[in-house]
Design a protein around this ligand. Structure first.
Ligand code: GDP
Length: 365
Protein backbone atom coordinates (compact mmCIF):
# COMPACT_ATOMS: atom_id res chain seq x y z
CA UNK A 1 0.00 0.00 0.00
CA UNK A 2 1.05 3.58 -0.48
CA UNK A 3 2.35 5.24 2.64
CA UNK A 4 2.16 8.74 3.98
CA UNK A 5 4.64 9.55 6.72
CA UNK A 6 3.94 12.06 9.49
CA UNK A 7 7.07 14.12 10.13
CA UNK A 8 7.89 17.16 12.23
CA UNK A 9 10.09 18.19 15.13
CA UNK A 10 9.54 16.57 18.54
CA UNK A 11 6.60 17.93 20.57
CA UNK A 12 4.69 19.49 17.68
CA UNK A 13 1.73 17.10 18.01
CA UNK A 14 2.53 14.23 15.64
CA UNK A 15 1.57 11.40 17.94
CA UNK A 16 -1.48 13.26 19.20
CA UNK A 17 -2.63 13.52 15.60
CA UNK A 18 -1.72 9.93 14.81
CA UNK A 19 -3.59 8.69 17.87
CA UNK A 20 -6.60 10.77 16.87
CA UNK A 21 -6.48 9.06 13.48
CA UNK A 22 -6.18 5.65 15.08
CA UNK A 23 -9.04 6.28 17.49
CA UNK A 24 -11.23 8.04 15.00
CA UNK A 25 -14.43 6.14 15.62
CA UNK A 26 -16.05 9.24 14.24
CA UNK A 27 -14.77 8.63 10.78
CA UNK A 28 -15.08 4.86 10.86
CA UNK A 29 -18.08 4.83 8.56
CA UNK A 30 -16.38 6.84 5.87
CA UNK A 31 -12.74 6.09 6.40
CA UNK A 32 -12.22 2.92 8.38
CA UNK A 33 -8.84 3.06 10.02
CA UNK A 34 -7.01 0.38 11.92
CA UNK A 35 -3.64 0.37 13.59
CA UNK A 36 -1.38 -2.46 12.43
CA UNK A 37 1.71 -1.44 14.37
CA UNK A 38 2.11 1.12 17.15
CA UNK A 39 3.12 3.75 14.61
CA UNK A 40 1.42 2.45 11.47
CA UNK A 41 -2.27 2.87 10.70
CA UNK A 42 -4.26 1.79 7.68
CA UNK A 43 -7.11 3.75 6.13
CA UNK A 44 -9.58 2.04 3.85
CA UNK A 45 -10.57 4.22 0.93
CA UNK A 46 -14.23 3.96 -0.07
CA UNK A 47 -14.90 3.78 -3.83
CA UNK A 48 -18.31 3.38 -5.47
CA UNK A 49 -16.75 1.91 -8.59
CA UNK A 50 -15.88 -1.23 -6.64
CA UNK A 51 -19.58 -1.86 -6.10
CA UNK A 52 -20.25 -1.58 -9.84
CA UNK A 53 -17.38 -3.93 -10.67
CA UNK A 54 -18.58 -6.39 -8.04
CA UNK A 55 -22.03 -6.42 -9.62
CA UNK A 56 -20.57 -7.26 -13.05
CA UNK A 57 -17.74 -9.62 -12.15
CA UNK A 58 -19.33 -11.35 -9.12
CA UNK A 59 -15.98 -12.13 -7.54
CA UNK A 60 -15.42 -14.20 -4.38
CA UNK A 61 -14.19 -11.12 -2.59
CA UNK A 62 -13.79 -7.38 -2.99
CA UNK A 63 -10.76 -5.60 -1.54
CA UNK A 64 -10.82 -1.82 -1.30
CA UNK A 65 -7.61 0.14 -1.46
CA UNK A 66 -5.81 1.40 1.61
CA UNK A 67 -3.39 4.12 2.49
CA UNK A 68 -0.95 3.62 5.34
CA UNK A 69 -0.13 6.43 7.70
CA UNK A 70 3.17 6.14 9.56
CA UNK A 71 4.15 8.25 12.53
CA UNK A 72 7.85 8.96 11.96
CA UNK A 73 9.09 10.29 15.27
CA UNK A 74 12.58 11.38 16.13
CA UNK A 75 13.60 13.67 13.33
CA UNK A 76 15.90 16.30 14.84
CA UNK A 77 18.55 18.76 13.80
CA UNK A 78 21.61 16.85 12.60
CA UNK A 79 19.60 13.80 11.50
CA UNK A 80 21.26 13.73 8.08
CA UNK A 81 24.61 13.34 9.83
CA UNK A 82 23.28 10.42 11.79
CA UNK A 83 22.50 12.25 15.02
CA UNK A 84 19.85 10.79 17.33
CA UNK A 85 19.15 7.77 15.15
CA UNK A 86 18.52 10.38 12.50
CA UNK A 87 19.58 8.31 9.55
CA UNK A 88 17.17 5.56 10.48
CA UNK A 89 14.29 8.03 10.49
CA UNK A 90 15.34 9.44 7.16
CA UNK A 91 15.32 5.86 5.89
CA UNK A 92 11.72 5.54 7.08
CA UNK A 93 10.83 8.65 5.13
CA UNK A 94 12.45 7.19 2.04
CA UNK A 95 9.90 4.37 2.13
CA UNK A 96 6.95 6.75 2.11
CA UNK A 97 5.16 8.09 -0.95
CA UNK A 98 3.99 11.31 0.61
CA UNK A 99 4.76 13.45 3.61
CA UNK A 100 2.46 14.95 6.20
CA UNK A 101 4.57 17.67 7.79
CA UNK A 102 3.17 18.77 11.15
CA UNK A 103 4.05 22.27 12.32
CA UNK A 104 3.43 23.57 15.81
CA UNK A 105 1.28 26.67 15.47
CA UNK A 106 -0.14 26.74 19.01
CA UNK A 107 1.16 28.69 21.97
CA UNK A 108 1.18 26.77 25.22
CA UNK A 109 3.80 27.42 27.89
CA UNK A 110 3.18 23.97 29.32
CA UNK A 111 4.43 22.28 26.17
CA UNK A 112 8.17 22.68 25.80
CA UNK A 113 9.49 23.54 22.39
CA UNK A 114 12.80 21.88 21.50
CA UNK A 115 14.12 25.17 20.17
CA UNK A 116 12.74 27.35 22.94
CA UNK A 117 10.02 29.24 21.08
CA UNK A 118 7.08 28.67 18.77
CA UNK A 119 8.22 29.38 15.23
CA UNK A 120 6.79 27.01 12.63
CA UNK A 121 8.70 28.54 9.71
CA UNK A 122 12.02 27.92 11.45
CA UNK A 123 10.84 24.41 12.41
CA UNK A 124 9.89 23.65 8.82
CA UNK A 125 13.31 24.80 7.65
CA UNK A 126 15.09 22.62 10.22
CA UNK A 127 13.31 19.54 8.91
CA UNK A 128 13.65 20.62 5.27
CA UNK A 129 17.40 21.16 5.62
CA UNK A 130 17.90 17.65 7.00
CA UNK A 131 15.98 16.20 4.08
CA UNK A 132 17.81 18.44 1.59
CA UNK A 133 21.21 17.41 2.99
CA UNK A 134 20.26 13.77 2.63
CA UNK A 135 19.17 14.41 -0.96
CA UNK A 136 22.39 16.30 -1.68
CA UNK A 137 24.34 13.27 -0.51
CA UNK A 138 22.68 11.09 -3.11
CA UNK A 139 22.89 13.70 -5.86
CA UNK A 140 26.61 14.25 -5.21
CA UNK A 141 27.32 10.53 -5.33
CA UNK A 142 25.48 10.18 -8.61
CA UNK A 143 27.23 13.19 -10.12
CA UNK A 144 30.66 11.82 -9.29
CA UNK A 145 29.73 8.49 -10.87
CA UNK A 146 28.71 10.02 -14.20
CA UNK A 147 31.00 13.02 -14.38
CA UNK A 148 33.73 11.29 -16.40
CA UNK A 149 31.32 9.86 -18.94
CA UNK A 150 29.53 13.16 -19.29
CA UNK A 151 32.75 15.01 -19.95
CA UNK A 152 33.86 12.29 -22.38
CA UNK A 153 30.89 13.21 -24.55
CA UNK A 154 28.34 10.54 -23.63
CA UNK A 155 25.04 12.28 -24.46
CA UNK A 156 22.87 10.48 -21.90
CA UNK A 157 25.40 11.09 -19.16
CA UNK A 158 25.77 14.72 -20.20
CA UNK A 159 22.02 15.24 -19.92
CA UNK A 160 21.91 13.57 -16.52
CA UNK A 161 24.88 15.67 -15.44
CA UNK A 162 23.17 18.87 -16.47
CA UNK A 163 19.96 18.02 -14.64
CA UNK A 164 21.75 16.82 -11.51
CA UNK A 165 24.13 19.74 -11.20
CA UNK A 166 21.12 22.03 -11.58
CA UNK A 167 19.34 20.13 -8.81
CA UNK A 168 22.43 20.27 -6.63
CA UNK A 169 22.56 24.05 -6.82
CA UNK A 170 18.83 24.17 -6.15
CA UNK A 171 19.10 22.03 -3.00
CA UNK A 172 22.13 24.00 -1.83
CA UNK A 173 20.01 27.13 -2.05
CA UNK A 174 17.70 25.56 0.55
CA UNK A 175 14.95 24.57 -1.86
CA UNK A 176 13.08 21.30 -2.08
CA UNK A 177 13.41 19.05 -5.13
CA UNK A 178 9.63 19.07 -5.64
CA UNK A 179 9.90 22.68 -6.80
CA UNK A 180 12.74 21.89 -9.26
CA UNK A 181 11.47 22.33 -12.80
CA UNK A 182 12.06 19.26 -14.90
CA UNK A 183 9.88 17.45 -17.44
CA UNK A 184 8.01 14.34 -16.26
CA UNK A 185 10.14 12.23 -18.63
CA UNK A 186 13.43 13.57 -17.27
CA UNK A 187 12.13 13.23 -13.76
CA UNK A 188 11.35 9.57 -14.36
CA UNK A 189 14.61 8.95 -16.19
CA UNK A 190 17.13 10.79 -14.05
CA UNK A 191 15.60 11.55 -10.67
CA UNK A 192 13.41 8.59 -9.73
CA UNK A 193 16.30 6.23 -9.06
CA UNK A 194 17.76 8.68 -6.54
CA UNK A 195 14.85 8.17 -4.13
CA UNK A 196 14.82 11.87 -3.22
CA UNK A 197 13.06 12.83 -0.02
CA UNK A 198 12.23 16.43 -0.85
CA UNK A 199 10.58 15.48 -4.14
CA UNK A 200 7.76 13.67 -2.34
CA UNK A 201 4.43 15.46 -2.30
CA UNK A 202 3.69 17.17 1.00
CA UNK A 203 0.80 18.48 3.07
CA UNK A 204 1.65 20.96 5.78
CA UNK A 205 -0.56 20.46 8.80
CA UNK A 206 -0.61 23.47 11.07
CA UNK A 207 -1.44 22.25 14.56
CA UNK A 208 -3.37 25.17 16.02
CA UNK A 209 -5.26 26.02 19.20
CA UNK A 210 -9.02 25.61 19.09
CA UNK A 211 -9.71 29.29 18.43
CA UNK A 212 -7.59 29.24 15.27
CA UNK A 213 -8.98 26.18 13.51
CA UNK A 214 -11.18 28.24 11.23
CA UNK A 215 -9.34 31.51 10.74
CA UNK A 216 -5.75 30.61 11.52
CA UNK A 217 -3.37 32.78 13.56
CA UNK A 218 -0.11 34.67 13.15
CA UNK A 219 1.87 31.43 13.00
CA UNK A 220 -0.25 29.92 10.21
CA UNK A 221 -0.05 33.20 8.29
CA UNK A 222 3.74 32.98 8.45
CA UNK A 223 3.66 29.38 7.25
CA UNK A 224 1.41 30.30 4.32
CA UNK A 225 3.80 33.04 3.32
CA UNK A 226 6.80 30.70 3.60
CA UNK A 227 5.33 27.96 1.42
CA UNK A 228 3.64 30.10 -1.21
CA UNK A 229 6.07 29.02 -3.93
CA UNK A 230 5.96 25.35 -3.05
CA UNK A 231 2.52 24.60 -4.43
CA UNK A 232 1.99 22.52 -1.34
CA UNK A 233 -1.26 22.06 0.51
CA UNK A 234 -1.88 23.38 3.97
CA UNK A 235 -4.42 22.27 6.55
CA UNK A 236 -5.36 23.85 9.85
CA UNK A 237 -6.01 21.18 12.42
CA UNK A 238 -6.10 21.15 16.20
CA UNK A 239 -4.59 17.87 17.32
CA UNK A 240 -5.90 18.48 20.84
CA UNK A 241 -9.48 18.88 19.59
CA UNK A 242 -9.08 15.91 17.28
CA UNK A 243 -8.12 13.68 20.15
CA UNK A 244 -11.31 14.75 21.97
CA UNK A 245 -13.48 14.17 18.92
CA UNK A 246 -11.86 10.84 18.16
CA UNK A 247 -13.16 9.24 21.34
CA UNK A 248 -16.74 10.49 20.95
CA UNK A 249 -18.91 7.50 20.10
CA UNK A 250 -22.10 9.40 19.45
CA UNK A 251 -22.54 10.95 16.02
CA UNK A 252 -24.82 13.81 17.19
CA UNK A 253 -22.46 14.76 20.02
CA UNK A 254 -19.63 14.93 17.57
CA UNK A 255 -21.52 17.06 15.08
CA UNK A 256 -22.58 19.48 17.82
CA UNK A 257 -19.03 19.69 19.06
CA UNK A 258 -17.76 20.42 15.55
CA UNK A 259 -20.49 23.01 14.93
CA UNK A 260 -19.52 24.76 18.15
CA UNK A 261 -16.04 25.03 16.71
CA UNK A 262 -17.41 26.39 13.43
CA UNK A 263 -16.43 23.23 11.56
CA UNK A 264 -18.45 20.92 9.35
CA UNK A 265 -15.93 18.14 9.36
CA UNK A 266 -13.24 16.91 11.72
CA UNK A 267 -9.61 17.61 10.97
CA UNK A 268 -8.94 13.91 10.79
CA UNK A 269 -11.50 13.48 8.01
CA UNK A 270 -10.09 16.51 6.19
CA UNK A 271 -6.57 15.15 6.56
CA UNK A 272 -7.49 11.74 5.15
CA UNK A 273 -9.32 13.28 2.21
CA UNK A 274 -6.49 15.69 1.55
CA UNK A 275 -3.91 12.95 1.75
CA UNK A 276 -5.77 11.04 -0.89
CA UNK A 277 -6.76 13.86 -3.21
CA UNK A 278 -4.10 16.48 -2.86
CA UNK A 279 -1.28 14.02 -3.10
CA UNK A 280 -2.52 13.06 -6.54
CA UNK A 281 -3.43 9.56 -5.62
CA UNK A 282 -5.50 7.63 -8.13
CA UNK A 283 -6.96 4.17 -8.16
CA UNK A 284 -6.70 1.36 -10.65
CA UNK A 285 -8.48 -1.96 -10.42
CA UNK A 286 -7.76 -5.61 -10.95
CA UNK A 287 -10.93 -7.55 -11.69
CA UNK A 288 -10.93 -11.34 -11.66
CA UNK A 289 -13.47 -13.95 -10.56
CA UNK A 290 -11.45 -14.56 -7.40
CA UNK A 291 -11.06 -10.95 -6.47
CA UNK A 292 -12.01 -7.45 -7.51
CA UNK A 293 -9.52 -5.10 -5.97
CA UNK A 294 -8.63 -1.42 -5.92
CA UNK A 295 -5.02 -0.26 -5.81
CA UNK A 296 -3.72 3.18 -4.96
CA UNK A 297 -0.97 4.81 -7.01
CA UNK A 298 0.22 8.33 -7.58
CA UNK A 299 -0.90 10.12 -10.72
CA UNK A 300 1.66 9.80 -13.49
CA UNK A 301 2.89 6.35 -12.47
CA UNK A 302 3.89 4.10 -15.34
CA UNK A 303 2.47 0.61 -15.75
CA UNK A 304 5.50 -1.23 -14.29
CA UNK A 305 5.54 0.97 -11.18
CA UNK A 306 1.80 0.51 -10.81
CA UNK A 307 2.31 -3.25 -11.05
CA UNK A 308 4.98 -2.93 -8.38
CA UNK A 309 2.33 -1.78 -5.91
CA UNK A 310 0.88 -5.31 -6.12
CA UNK A 311 4.27 -7.00 -5.89
CA UNK A 312 7.84 -5.94 -6.56
CA UNK A 313 8.24 -9.00 -8.84
CA UNK A 314 5.49 -7.60 -11.06
CA UNK A 315 7.58 -4.51 -11.60
CA UNK A 316 10.89 -6.30 -12.09
CA UNK A 317 9.51 -8.84 -14.55
CA UNK A 318 6.99 -6.56 -16.24
CA UNK A 319 6.28 -7.50 -19.87
CA UNK A 320 3.06 -5.70 -20.73
CA UNK A 321 -0.35 -4.77 -19.41
CA UNK A 322 -3.84 -5.29 -20.77
CA UNK A 323 -5.90 -2.22 -19.99
CA UNK A 324 -9.63 -1.57 -20.08
CA UNK A 325 -11.04 1.85 -19.27
CA UNK A 326 -13.51 1.80 -16.41
CA UNK A 327 -16.29 3.32 -18.54
CA UNK A 328 -15.78 0.66 -21.22
CA UNK A 329 -15.90 -2.13 -18.68
CA UNK A 330 -19.18 -0.84 -17.32
CA UNK A 331 -20.58 -0.34 -20.83
CA UNK A 332 -19.67 -3.79 -22.17
CA UNK A 333 -19.95 -5.63 -18.89
CA UNK A 334 -16.99 -7.98 -19.04
CA UNK A 335 -13.38 -8.35 -20.05
CA UNK A 336 -14.34 -10.71 -22.88
CA UNK A 337 -16.91 -8.28 -24.26
CA UNK A 338 -14.38 -5.46 -24.10
CA UNK A 339 -11.86 -7.59 -25.95
CA UNK A 340 -14.45 -8.42 -28.65
CA UNK A 341 -15.23 -4.75 -29.07
CA UNK A 342 -11.63 -3.64 -29.34
CA UNK A 343 -11.67 -1.98 -25.93
CA UNK A 344 -8.85 -3.98 -24.43
CA UNK A 345 -5.58 -2.18 -25.03
CA UNK A 346 -2.17 -3.78 -24.82
CA UNK A 347 0.29 -1.38 -23.22
CA UNK A 348 4.03 -1.43 -22.62
CA UNK A 349 6.44 -0.03 -20.07
CA UNK A 350 5.80 3.59 -20.99
CA UNK A 351 2.05 3.53 -20.34
CA UNK A 352 0.84 6.11 -17.82
CA UNK A 353 -1.92 4.48 -15.78
CA UNK A 354 -5.17 6.44 -15.57
CA UNK A 355 -7.66 6.67 -12.75
CA UNK A 356 -10.16 3.80 -13.02
CA UNK A 357 -8.13 1.63 -15.40
CA UNK A 358 -8.79 -2.06 -15.10
CA UNK A 359 -5.37 -3.64 -15.42
CA UNK A 360 -4.10 -7.12 -16.10
CA UNK A 361 -0.32 -7.48 -15.89
CA UNK A 362 1.82 -9.98 -17.73
CA UNK A 363 5.24 -10.53 -16.24
CA UNK A 364 8.24 -12.87 -16.06
CA UNK A 365 9.07 -14.49 -12.76
P1 GDP B 1 5.16 14.72 18.92
O1 GDP B 1 6.46 14.64 19.66
O2 GDP B 1 5.26 15.62 17.74
O3 GDP B 1 4.57 13.41 18.60
O4 GDP B 1 4.17 15.51 19.89
P2 GDP B 1 2.99 14.97 20.81
O5 GDP B 1 1.82 14.60 19.99
O6 GDP B 1 3.52 13.93 21.75
O7 GDP B 1 2.62 16.30 21.60
C1 GDP B 1 3.55 16.93 22.46
C2 GDP B 1 2.82 17.66 23.56
O8 GDP B 1 2.03 18.70 22.99
C3 GDP B 1 1.85 16.77 24.31
O9 GDP B 1 1.93 17.14 25.67
C4 GDP B 1 0.50 17.14 23.72
O10 GDP B 1 -0.52 16.96 24.66
C5 GDP B 1 0.68 18.59 23.37
N1 GDP B 1 -0.15 18.97 22.24
C6 GDP B 1 -0.29 18.32 21.06
N2 GDP B 1 -1.16 18.97 20.26
C7 GDP B 1 -1.59 20.05 20.96
C8 GDP B 1 -2.51 21.11 20.66
O11 GDP B 1 -3.11 21.18 19.60
N3 GDP B 1 -2.64 22.07 21.63
C9 GDP B 1 -1.99 22.02 22.82
N4 GDP B 1 -2.19 23.00 23.70
N5 GDP B 1 -1.15 21.03 23.13
C10 GDP B 1 -0.95 20.05 22.21
Amino acid sequence: ALQAGIVGLPNVGKSTLFNALSNAKAQAANFPFCTIEPNVGVITVPDGRLIELERLVKPQRVVPTTVEIVDIAGLVKGASKGEGLGNQFLGNIRNTDAIIHVLRCFDDDNVIHVDGSVNPVRDKEIIDIELQLKDLDGVDKKISRIEKQAKAGDKEAARAYEILTGLKAFLEAGKNARAYEVSPEDKEKYLRELGLLTIKPVIYVCNVDEKSVVGGNKHTAAVMEAIKDEQAEILLVSAAIESEIAVMENFEDRQLFLEDMGLSESGVARLIKSTYHLLHLITYFTAGVQEVRAWTITRGMLAPQAAGVIHTDFEKGFIRAEVIRYADFIKYGSEAACRDNGKLGVQGKGYVVEDGDIMHFLFNV
